[in-house]
Every structure is written in structure tokens, then in C-alpha cells.
Design a protein around this ligand. Structure first.
Ligand code: SF4
Length: 210
């Protein structure tokens, strides 16, 4: 774990190692609070948003943030237009929360997105992005990370979202192009944060999400 933390340091991503999901939740709040105090804001003046993530639900982080801060749910839109508007608004939040589909021992993040709102935020969105990731998403290198994303994350996410895709039906990628169903639109490898420590990574010694 120390080697991985050091690898992310080289990538200008500030990484932390915690033992449990409860520790992860406390760490997220601690980081946001530090930021809030630095900005001189009240709790409800901090706009926090997030990307789709089972990890954020399993850790209770999403609920904790909803209670304490001004939470912007980018998935609350009732029409396609409102959904797009909220996702764009989320890019201007103070803090964006997400998980990642895989990390490598070399300090890289690997993600596949459908709409791209999560990756838009990661690449050029809020001043602070906090990523929470379970140990099950650690891979040796980029080849293993891509394999993990396609064989595990995409299959489970397509099933969770009730998508009519080959991976959801057969458990294997069929390289599909199906309007309204394909969840693999954007693949992003993050190997360096040009703004030092803008991205925080909390690595949890538990299995979380997929
Ligand atoms: S390309 Fe299609 S079949 Fe392959 S993982 Fe993505 S959604 Fe599933």
C-alpha cells in the first residue's frame, strides 16, 4: 500500500490509506472541512456533487455529505434536459466525489464513462476531486486495469443499470454500439494531475463497489 501511495505522490495526486469504510467516510469529511475552513464558508455554502458510484453508497459517504453540505445530485433531473443541466452544474461544485474503475500500482487511474460527466469533473471540473477506492480495484499495470474494467466493472454496471448489452447478457464485452445502452463511451487514463494535490485518493483496505 505504501508503494502505491508513493506512486500517486509522483503523479501529484495526494493519496491516503485507511482501514475501513467508516475511516474513509471520516477522511472525506476531514478533507472537505479543511477546504471549507480555508475558503471561510459555512457548511451549507459548500456545494458538493458526485459521480455514479456504488462505493460512495456502501461507505455512507453520499448520505453524510447530503446531511452536512449543499449537495447537488446530478442524477435528480426529471427530463433529459434537466439531467444534462445538473451534470454541467456539478462541474462547478466546490468538491466532486467519485470512485474509480481501477488503479494501478504505478499510480494511474483507469475509468470508463457513458455520459462523461464523472470524467469531465475528474479532468477539468471542481477545484477538488476526492476519489474513494477499495483494495479490490488495485491492479498491477494498465493492461490488467483495462481488463478489470471491461470484465468486472462494466459487466456489473451494465447489469445494475439494466442495459441491453452483450456484457450484461453474457458477462463478456461484445464491443457494442447500442444507442441508449452502451456504457463505454469514454476511456480515460489519468497518470498525472497538473494541479498538485487537486485530486485526493482514499485507498480503503476493504472490498468496495466494482
Ligand atoms: S462495449 Fe458494450 S459490451 Fe463491451 S463492456 Fe462496454 S457496454 Fe459492455
Amino acid at each position: 500500500m505504501n508503494k502505491i501511495i508513493e506512486s500517486f505522490k509522483k503523479a501529484q495526486i495526494e493519496a491516503f490509506f485507511v482501514e475501513t469504510k467508516q475511516d474513509a467516510k471520516e477522511k472525506v469529511i476531514e478533507i472537505i472541512e479543511k477546504r471549507r475552513i480555508a475558503l471561510g464558508r459555512a457548511e451549507k455554502e459548500m456545494q458538493i456533487s458526485w459521480g455514479g458510484s456504488v462505493t460512495l453508497d456502501e461507505t455512507g459517504i453520499r448520505d453524510a455529505v447530503r446531511e452536512k453540505y449543499n449537495a447537488l445530485n446530478p442524477y435528480a433531473g426529471k427530463t433529459p434536459e434537466e439531467q444534462t443541466r445538473l451534470k454541467r452544474q456539478a462541474l462547478l461544485s466546490d468538491v466532486f466525489l467519485m470512485s474509480t474503475n481501477a488503479i494501478t500500482e504505478n499510480g494511474e487511474l483507469v475509468n470508463i464513462d457513458g455520459n462523461g460527466n464523472r470524467l469531465g469533473a475528474l479532468i477539468c471540473g471542481p477545484d477538488m476531486v476526492i476519489i474513494v477506492v477499495g483494495k479490490n480495484k488495485i491492479t498491477k499495470n494498465l493492461a490488467e486495469a483495462h481488463k478489470r474494467v471491461k470484465q468486472i466493472a462494466c459487466v456489473k454496471n451494465a447489469r445494475r443499470l439494466n442495459r441491453a448489452t452483450p456484457c450484461a447478457q453474457n458477462g463478456a464485452c461484445g464491443n457494442c454500439y447500442i444507442a441508449g445502452n452502451t456504457i463505454c463511451a469514454h476511456t480515460v487514463v489519468t497518470r498525472f494531475s497538473t494541479i498538485p494535490d487537486r485530486i485526493k485518493l482514499i485507498l480503503v483496505n476493504e472490498e468496495l463497489g466494482y
